[in-house]
Design a binder for this molecule. Structure first.
Ligand code: NDP
Length: 295
């Protein structure tokens, strides 16, 4: 069989960032508004700090203003809520992002509920998720990672309508909204989770697989229907003494095996990851346009 097409998220994300750059400057020139993204980081988790740094860099690269607030690990929930509400009222801020996970003494739901749905660029507000799930309703924002998965399918002209799609994982931030989005695109969707029996029998029926599990190389070649399209969201560190940092990142899907069976697959890294950040920028631009009624 011919090897699978590499679905190049890095390249698509670059194209999208270029499109956003053009729109951001058109908006600034026409109405003098620069889209602004506020990021709230609580505590000093290294991975969270890295994500926040990358988001900030990405904003700068397209001309979006980024505002960062760092609160200490022992902040109170009220401190975070105060910061959220300040940004809700700040007209120069069009998107608010609370970096997860929050310290365990805080009620994550309370804090996410406090983000104005007009500025909920992560798409995690229950009203946005609720609208995503309902026919005839439109969410103001769709969560960035699943949106990035669907955008990749679109940009490669892979048909979704009428296809059998399987989503592995049902988290609030990836699996569940990915399944809802596929359903909105008229796929027939099955969700696999940790209690699913014989997952490989289900994945073998899929024309499209989106995997968001967090288990390195769980999806083997034998799980895949020949010609299937695979979007691998997983980002999993595995020990590798030859790698500079002693580990490397792999997806949920065994890439080498999948390549010989699937018709298309996203690499890890360089697949969904860059798309997630591009969608965050896109959501922030959309928000600024909506708030200022700019087409
Ligand atoms: P969660 O841990 O929140 O969810 C994992 C999901 O996988 C759960 O629904 C769980 O089932 C299911 N699961 C776990 N083990 C199995 C198994 N053996 N078989 C079937 N299902 C299983 O993770 P996230 O959704 O937050 O993230 C998933 C992966 O995606 C991670 O590797 C993460 O690093 C990556 N990620 C990548 C992003 C990107 O930009 N590329 C962004 C966000 C995440 P159950 O519900 O029953 O517990």
């Amino acid at each position: 069989p011919s090897p699978a097409t590499l679905v190049d998220g890095k390249a698509v994300a670059k194209t999208i960032r270029d499109e956003i750059t053009v729109e951001v400057s058109r908006m600034n020139e026409s109405i003098g508004v620069v889209p602004g993204l506020a990021v709230i980081l609580v505590g000093d988790r290294k991975d969270s700090a890295t994500y926040v740094r990358n988001k900030k860099k990405a904003c700068e690269s397209v001309g979006i203003k980024s505002i960062e607030v760092r609160l200490p690990e022992d902040s109170s929930e009220e401190d975070v809520l105060k910061s959220v509400s300040g940004f809700n009222d700040d007209p120069s801020v069009h998107g608010i992002l609370v970096q997860l996970p929050l310290p365990s003494h805080m009620d994550e739901q309370n804090i996410l509920n406090a983000v104005s749905i007009e500025k909920d660029v992560d798409g995690f507000h229950p009203l946005n998720i609720g609208r995503l799930a309902m026919r005839g309703r439109e969410p103001l924002f769709v969560p960035c990672t699943p949106k990035g998965c669907i955008e990749l399918l679109h940009r490669y002209n892979f048909e979704i309508k009428g296809k059998r799609a399987v989503v592995i994982g049902r988290s609030n931030i990836v699996g569940m909204p990915a399944a809802l989005l596929l359903q909105r695109e008229d796929a027939t969707v099955t969700i696999i989770h940790s209690r699913t029996k014989n997952p490989e029998e289900i994945t073998r029926q899929a024309d499209i697989i989106i995997s968001a599990v967090g288990q390195p190389n769980m999806v083997r070649g034998s799980w895949i229907k020949p010609g299937a399209i695979i979007i691998d969201v997983g980002i999993n560190p595995v020990d590798d003494p030859n790698a500079p940092r002693g580990y490397r990142l792999v997806g949920d899907v065994c890439y080498e095996e999948a390549c010989t069976v699937a018709s298309a697959i996203t690499p890890v890294p360089g697949g969904v990851g860059p798309m997630t950040i591009a969608m965050l920028l896109s959501n922030t631009l959309t928000s600024a346009k909506r708030i200022h009624n700019f087409q």
